[in-house]
Design a protein around this ligand. Structure first.
Ligand code: ZN
Ligand code: ZN
Length: 187
């Protein structure tokens, strides 16, 4: 029914979960971009403690997979979770990660640690791009070969900065399709 449908799309599909203190402007910018570019409504949840359980002492980093596992165990709220953290993240095989995501899963994570630029506008743009990319993976989208698409893999800041805040039309179509499935499943 029409009224029901428009009501459902207002509902938050993703919870932003802050792990320790996270720059407030960055959080607002991530929420605004998820809404504007993916049409994804978000809720900002109360701040959680810094994830000491995932701390890797020798590296002064946090294990991204362990944090994602904890985010997955949160059963209330929106069906998707995006964790934001200011500390540096790693995985067992990579010296650092900007973010990590479960492909077609429930939870993703983004670190602000390595995204600082002299110009704060560039910093916020990087945070928005990584967040959109990781949420794209959450919606089941794999890496894209098109050089201008947000789903292109960026191993460094230089290729990240060269991207625009857009998904290519093929990825955009897939994102819409997966979001619709999610909305219908959640009714
Ligand atoms: Zn990726
Ligand atoms: Zn694409």
């Amino acid at each position: 029914m029409h009224t029901n449908q428009s009501k459902q799309t207002d509902k938050a599909l993703l919870d932003l979960i802050l792990l320790g203190h996270v720059n407030e402007t960055a959080v607002s910018i991530v929420a605004a971009n998820l809404q504007a570019i993916m049409g994804l409504n978000t809720d900002i949840r109360p701040v959680l403690d810094k994830p000491d359980y995932a701390y890797v002492p020798g590296r002064n980093q946090f294990d991204a997979a362990k944090i994602i596992k904890t985010l997955c165990s949160i059963t209330d709220g929106a069906p998707l979770k995006l964790g934001l953290i200011e500390s540096d993240l790693c995985s067992p095989i990579l010296t650092f990660v900007y973010g990590e995501s479960q492909l077609g899963g429930k939870a993703a994570l983004v670190s602000l640690h390595r995204l600082s630029a002299e110009d704060p506008a560039v910093t916020y743009q990087r945070i928005a791009k990584i967040s959109l990319h990781e949420v794209g993976h959450l919606l089941g989208i794999k890496h894209c070969w098109k050089t201008t698409c947000l789903m292109k893999h960026s191993s460094d800041l230089e290729p990240l900065d060269s991207l625009s805040l857009y998904f290519c039309s093929a990825c955009e179509y897939e994102i819409k399709r997966h979001l619709e499935t999610l909305i219908n499943r959640d009714i």
